[in-house]
Design a protein around this ligand. Structure first.
Ligand SMILES: Cc1cc2nc3c(=O)[nH]c(=O)nc-3n(C[C@H](O)[C@H](O)[C@H](O)COP(=O)(O)O)c2cc1C
Length: 194
């Protein structure tokens, strides 16, 4: 399938797009990789699950940044889901400067990809596809390993240009909700999707 020719397609203005998309609530992650033996990484919300069989993730990273170069060259990366208490990591990995200062971590022995310790959970991926898209690069990764580290996860969220905390108790009845996919969801749009 050839890519669509967007040359003549009228698009919305960037500011209007930003004003709407910033209301898409997202979990905050740190993507890491290795470039010439050095750890590289950045804060990212452009992360999604593609499939469970096989387990695959998609991430979107600014083209030409050190993290993207590391992912391309090493062919591997990790995605770390942050705890709400890990907000300082999000700020540190989004700022200029040494992203890994004071961060406790190990690394995958085969790929040298850094694996951060103090996180909600993580995925280690092998790059399967690299797709240039505008000023970003999409990486499709096959999940080699993953771990949920937190038994009572309290994720760090990003919404409307601010870090947020999940507050299920604030929703009337939310405390009684079953996880999505439970029998009471049968028949709803999207049911059966894991
Ligand atoms: C909440 C948040 C989400 C972000 N999501 C992404 C993302 O999905 N992809 C990306 O390339 N950059 C994203 N960024 C920007 C990078 O974290 C930022 O540009 C980082 O400084 C890049 O590292 P570098 O300076 O080493 O290139 C995000 C920043 C923040 C604060």
């Amino acid at each position: 399938m050839s890519p669509p020719d967007s040359g003549n397609v009228p698009t919305v203005e960037t500011e209007r797009f930003r004003q709407v998309i910033r209301h898409l609530a997202a979990g905050v992650t740190i993507i890491t990789s290795s470039l010439g033996g050095e750890p590289v990484g950045l804060t990212a919300t452009a992360v999604c699950s593609i499939s469970a069989t096989p387990p695959m993730l998609l991430v979107s990273v600014t083209a030409g940044c050190r993290t993207a170069l590391g992912m391309e060259k090493s062919g591997a990366f990790a995605v770390h889901m942050l705890r709400h208490a890990g907000r300082r990591y999000a700020e540190q990995f989004a700022a200029r400067g040494h992203h890994f200062a004071g961060v406790e971590m190990g690394h995958d022995p085969d790929t040298k990809v850094p694996l951060l310790h103090d996180v909600l959970g993580w995925f280690l991926c092998a790059v399967e596809q690299v797709v240039p898209a505008a000023d970003h690069v999409l990486f499709v990764g096959r999940v080699l390993q993953c771990e949920l580290k937190d038994k009572a996860p309290d994720p760090l969220l990003y919404f409307d240009r601010s870090y947020r905390k999940l507050a299920p108790g604030a929703e009337p009845g939310a405390e009684n909700l079953e996880p999505w996919g439970s029998p009471q969801d049968a028949g709803l749009p999207g049911w059966g999707w894991p």
